[in-house]
Write a protein that binds this ligand. Structure first.
Ligand code: PFF
Length: 454
């Protein structure tokens, strides 16, 4: 084998792994099930799948094009490709979105650490559904513990960002991601064999279109952008590190399929189990934290060692999946401050970490002692989630589709997608059509509909 071929192969897998590492995270295992639960189940999932493949895939290819072409982080990418125009603000909005997401995402990532500890000391053993609900409520409304874990998680992310041990993370995710995947397949099978599981399956698989409102569309679109790490330049920043031989379309499809698989499997774990133990599917952000300990207890209750091993492994892998996503969120803001403001990488990272700790503390407190401080009826945690996932990311996606579909020269797009003419161009036409017409019109309609203007 020639030297060049091996390098080629390695970088192809590296590109997919890095992007999939960013995409697969709490969005799939924590957010997707509770959004599905809040929006009535199967019909939401169908709309979600349409959003992933009709909007998410072309926009991911657009972001890859922007990143690889400009070889700059998202802040600088638009400036490089459209100098002297206001397009740079799309990049800046992405940086802000990433910073705000990290501020509340790290709170939930911190919760996974508490649950690793709880699983590690065998704290789930012998407990029932009501006790898990009470335990979660006590913990998440506690003023100190979640804050401590949030700081630990952000410092861990910070450490990796400044040490630049990205390589280690990438290499280890080659093993960790498949293990997480196998584990969730086993858990899904276990969950589906619990008593009354069929009610959960029906909730997931039998669409009830009478429940579909404008909110369901906005929720599904927001979830698609959040889960695929789109709309804030995260994947365009990663694409600035792609080699010239990376096949952008295949990489996007691989990431889309992996991400969707993990989300659907997470649904197959949570809902059969939730219906089996009588937990409401619309329990919100607490859903996986009160349902999963039940799955471990009930499915492996007869073999305590197995219940113990599965629960520890699951939360460790969940924390690691969250870590590969927090790294990508942190990287966007750090790279921006470093490249655009001339801060050293260390200083840039410290600013981002400190800012996120402050936002994270308020997000965390808004679920407990600061519950009554709300804006538009939402506390800090819910407000950040709403503004970023349901407004900023789809808006970023809309603008990047217009940028690549209408502003960027068609030849530049073709050159990137076909790797300078070495790959087939057929898919370019479809992709460009989706970017020019389908994505901008669909996203605008969903926004307009939500605002009640239609
Ligand atoms: N996609 C990640 C998840 O599903 O957990 C979250 C995320 C990462 C969102 C990076 C946005 C982003 F740029």
């Amino acid at each position: 084998m020639q030297k060049g071929e091996r390098v080629n192969f390695g970088s192809k897998i590296g590109a997919i792994l890095a992007a999939a590492g960013s995409a697969v995270g709490l969005g799939n295992i924590w957010r997707f099930p509770y959004e599905t639960g809040n929006h009535g189940g199967a019909a939401f999932i169908l709309i979600y799948l349409a959003c992933v493949f009709l909007l998410g895939m072309p926009i991911m290819i657009a972001e890859f094009t922007i990143g690889r072409r400009s070889k700059a982080s998202t802040g600088g990418a638009y400036k490089a490709l459209a100098p002297g125009t206001p397009w740079k603000w799309v990049g800046y909005m992405g940086v802000l979105a990433g910073f705000l997401i990290l501020g509340y995402y790290a709170v939930v990532a911190g919760w996974t650490l508490e649950y690793i500890l709880e699983a590690g000391v065998n704290g789930f053993s012998g407990k029932g559904p009501d006790e898990f609900v009470a335990a979660f409520q006590d913990f998440s409304s506690d003023p100190f513990r979640p804050m401590l874990w949030l700081v630990v998680f952000l410092l861990g992310t910070h450490f990796i960002i400044v040490k630049g041990v990205k390589n280690g993370i990438e290499r280890s995710s080659k093993i960790l991601m498949p293990v997480l995947f196998i584990l969730i397949v086993i858990l899904a099978v276990c969950s589906m064999t619990l008593p009354n599981a069929e009610k959960g399956l029906a909730f997931l698989l039998k669409p009830d279109f009478s429940k579909v409102t404008g909110d369901v569309f906005l929720g599904a679109m927001g979830q698609a952008f959040f889960s695929l790490s789109l709309g804030m330049g995260c994947l365009s920043t990663y694409a600035s590190y792609f080699g010239k031989e990376t096949n952008l379309v295949n990489t996007a499809l691989s990431v889309g399929v992996i991400d969707t698989f993990v989300a659907v499997l997470a649904g197959l774990i949570i809902f059969p189990a939730a219906f089996s133990v009588g937990i409401q599917p619309d329990a919100g952000p607490s859903l996986i934290f009160i349902t999963l300990p039940n799955v471990f207890q009930q499915a492996f209750g007869g073999v305590p060692l197995l219940a113990y091993i599965f629960s520890v492994m699951f939360y460790v892998l969940l924390a690691l999946a969250a870590l590969t996503s927090t790294i990508s969120l942190h990287e966007v803001a750090t790279a921006f401050l470093h490249e655009d403001f001339g801060f050293t990488r260390g200083r840039a990272a410290r600013l981002v970490t400190a800012g996120c700790i402050i936002i994270g503390i308020f997000s965390s407190l808004s679920l407990g002692v600061m519950q009554e401080y709300t804006l538009f009826g939402k506390g800090v945690f819910d407000l950040l989630d709403f503004v970023t996932a349901k407004i900023m990311l789809p808006l970023g996606g809309l603008l990047s589709s217009i940028f690549v579909g209408w502003y960027l020269k068609r030849s530049v797009f073709y050159e990137e997608v076909t790797n300078g003419g070495t790959l087939k161009a057929g898919v370019c036409r479809l992709c460009l059509f989706l970017l020019r017409y389908v994505a901008p019109i669909a996203i605008t309609l969903i926004f307009v509909n939500e605002l009640g203007l239609m």
